[in-house]
Design a protein around this ligand. Structure first.
Ligand SMILES: *Cc1c(COP(=O)(O)O)cnc(C)c1O
Length: 362
């Protein structure tokens, strides 16, 4: 029986060739492909500046450092996300608060955000779950009203649009962070990028990415901040450039697959808002008896995954005062959710086969 995973990369010979050319060039890292990739991401998203990084986790960390969060500062994010969306706040020395999700999109709810704002709130990290943009205009409005920053966790959302503009344009945020991990829509192996329209933030990010060094003259350099080595290399950037050329095609196929599942499975799935034109990263459905479904799926060569165990229920976060029951919508979604295979290499035949197997185990 053919095995299907919930996601996988699509790498072709053009991608391989792009990487090979870098391997035989003068620069494996610190070379021209980095800027080329960053410029291409600016052109694609419409943002003024882009900083490539070694992962989205590194990008989120740098975003928190660039915003100078301090001990006692509270940052609000979604409980239904990958750990990194919340962990970055702790890396920066801040305090995490969660705001529950909307039931139908599984995105962070602006109404719930309001309930979490205190005099110590400094920022919001909306997560574009499954690739669909959050209600950014509302979130940004709240942020302006309370003088907060907004960093979009767009790890799922390269290629997605909000109100006709690309996610990453930063029209309603200070920075947007993308991931190019192989399960995401385009890949560099490991990697990520931050877009922004703010020159000052851009310059901070560039220096923090590389040890906090500023080159002054000749051989001289000054370390002015405690930075890291969070650089992407030229092989990765070349792969990213090659992948980016296929993004619109990937998006078209991903949307076709989502439509096919919506029409042929009859299972509860995410709603898409009028403001959204998502490049879907995940296709979660809600099933009763999820554990049984998962195990039967495994026996039918469907290697599915659950997105996500709510962050506040992790032992580490429970140790910081959160408890089961705090965010009922996220917990309810998690209790039934399971993500079906979604990636651009799936053929129509694969889709019919997957639907058949899913129906047989319901
Ligand atoms: C994958 C993911 C990240 C982390 O991305 P890496 O590139 O693996 O560090 C962060 N946030 C969300 C929502 C993710 O899905």
């Amino acid at each position: 029986m053919k095995q299907y995973g919930y996601g996988r990369q699509s790498v072709d010979f053009a991608d391989c060739w792009a990487v090979l050319k870098v391997l035989k060039s003068n620069f494996l890292t610190g070379g021209p492909k980095i800027k080329e990739f960053e410029d291409a991401l600016c052109a694609y998203t419409g943002a003024r500046y882009c900083v490539s990084v070694s992962s989205a986790t590194a990008g989120l960390h740098l975003a928190m450092l660039a915003l100078n969060i301090e001990s006692g500062d509270e940052i609000i994010t979604s409980p239904l996300t990958f750990l990194a969306s919340a962990n970055c706040v702790l890396y920066g020395g801040g305090t995490v608060r969660f705001a529950d999700i909307e039931k139908d999109t599984a995105n962070i709810s602006p109404v719930e955000i309001v309930k979490q704002i205190t005099p110590r709130t400094k920022g919001i990290i909306p997560v574009h779950f499954a690739g669909q943009s959050c209600a950014m205009e509302k979130i940004y409005g709240l942020a302006k009203e309370h003088n907060l920053f907004v960093v979009e966790d767009a790890a799922h959302a390269i290629g997605s649009e909000y109100q006709g503009k690309k996610v990453g344009s930063c029209e309603f945020s200070d920075m947007t962070v993308f991931s190019f991990h192989p399960v995401k829509t385009i890949t560099t192996g490991e990697g990520g990028a931050i877009t922004t329209n703010n020159k000052e933030l851009y310059e901070k990010l560039v220096h923090l990415r590389s040890h906090g060094l500023y080159h002054t003259q000749n051989w001289e350099y000054e370390m002015r901040d405690l930075g890291f080595n969070y650089r992407l290399n030229d092989m990765q950037a070349a792969l990213g450039l090659s992948q980016l050329q296929k993004l619109e095609r990937f998006k078209k196929r991903r949307r076709e697959i989502v439509r096919f599942y919506n029409e042929n499975l009859g299972l509860p799935h995410l709603a898409e808002r009028d403001f959204s034109n998502a490049c879907f990263h995940l296709y979660p459905v809600l099933v009763e008896k999820r554990k049984e479904f998962y195990q039967k799926a495994q026996k039918n060569a469907l290697n599915l995954q659950v997105h996500y165990i709510p962050v506040h229920t992790q032992p580490y976060y429970r140790g910081r005062g959160f408890k089961i029951g705090d965010f009922p919508n996220a917990e309810e979604f998690y209790s039934k959710s399971i993500s079906l295979p979604l990636h651009s290499a799936l053929t129509d035949r694969d889709l019919r086969e997957i639907v058949k197997r899913v129906k047989s185990i319901l």
